[in-house]
Structure formats: C-alpha cells, structure tokens
Design a binder for this molecule. Structure first.
Ligand code: DAT
Ligand code: MG
Length: 148
C-alpha cells in the first residue's frame, strides 16, 4: 500500500494543531504507520529541503523548520500521496481552499502548518530521511474491510 511522509511544522505544534491534523487523516481512512515528535537538526532540514537550496527563501525555511519541535508521521493507504496533498491545500495558505489544513489554519506561505510529500519519489526519500525500519509498523486494522 502507498505511503507518504506528513509533518506538522513548528507553527502547527505550537498552535496545538497536531490532534486536529491527525484526526483528519484518521477519519479519512488512512492508516498511521509511524509518528514522532522531534526537533530537526539543520543538516536534516537542509537535506529534506534540498530541492529548494537555490531559492531565496531557503535560509528562512531551514531556520523555521528547525525552530521548534515538529510531529513527523508516515500515513498509508490507497492514493495517500496525492490525497494528502489535496487535504493540505495549496502551498500558499491565501490560495488554499477552506476545508484544507492550510486553508483552515494558515495565513502566510512561510508558516503554512504542514508538510506532505509531493510524489512517490519524494515520499520514499523523505520517509527514509526521517524514519528507520523499526519505527514503521505493519499491522492489521479492523476498519480496512469497510474502506476497501
Ligand atoms: P509544499 O510545502 O507545498 O510542497 P514547496 O515544496 O514548493 O511547497 O516549498 C516548501 C516550503 O517552502 C513551503 O511549504 C513553504 C516554503 N516556501 C515555498 N515558497 C515560498 C516562498 N515563495 N516564500 C517563502 N517560503 C516559501
Ligand atoms: Mg514540497
């Protein structure tokens, strides 16, 4: 089953949004494979956001994502990568629709509450950066027969 990397950013943790965000993915029917509260070291932040190294906002981005604890998660389910991006809303919260995480909770692109992998390649890469094998659980869930 497809997996994706989702992270509540430092602003979301400080604003008590972990529960709401986890709740959305749970209720949708996705399965939590792993999750942890962590403070990201600069080296990991720079690698995670490597594709943006040349952008003018790179320094700010790394500073922000390392500024406090994040809640990192792996969610599993059919089409979870693309569906999670829809549930997050557009990168700039001013363009994100109501009903999405960024549309409901964000105001500015610099503090947009949530990260989610944008493709199967980034999902695999990001899950590998943040989680080791033992931290990801493979288990049965009773709701699955009602979802698939
Ligand atoms: P996303 O997080 O939707 O995948 P992205 O990969 O293009 O968006 O950018 C990564 C993060 O960088 C984004 O969540 C917020 C920040 N960012 C993007 N564009 C920005 C900009 N123009 N100014 C400031 N920060 C920006
Ligand atoms: Mg991105």
């Amino acid at each position: 089953m497809e997996k994706t990397f989702i992270m509540v950013k430092p602003d979301g943790v400080q604003r008590n949004l972990i529960g709401d965000i986890v709740n959305r993915f749970e209720k949708k029917g996705f399965k939590l494979a792993g999750g942890k509260l962590m403070q990201i070291p600069s080296s990991l932040a720079e690698e995670h956001y490597g594709e943006h190294k040349e952008k003018p906002f790179f320094g700010e981005l790394v500073e922000f994502i390392t500024s406090g604890p994040v809640f990192a998660m792996v969610w599993e389910g059919e089409n979870v990568i693309a569906t999670a991006r829809q549930m997050m809303g557009k990168t700039n919260p001013s363009e994100a629709l109501p009903g999405t995480v960024r549309g409901d909770f964000g105001l500015t692109v610099g503090k947009n509450v949530i990260h989610g992998s944008d493709s199967p390649e980034s999902a695999q890469r990001e899950i590998g950066l943040f989680f080791n094998g033992e931290e990801l659980l493979n288990y049965e869930k009773n709701d699955q027969n009602w979802l698939y």
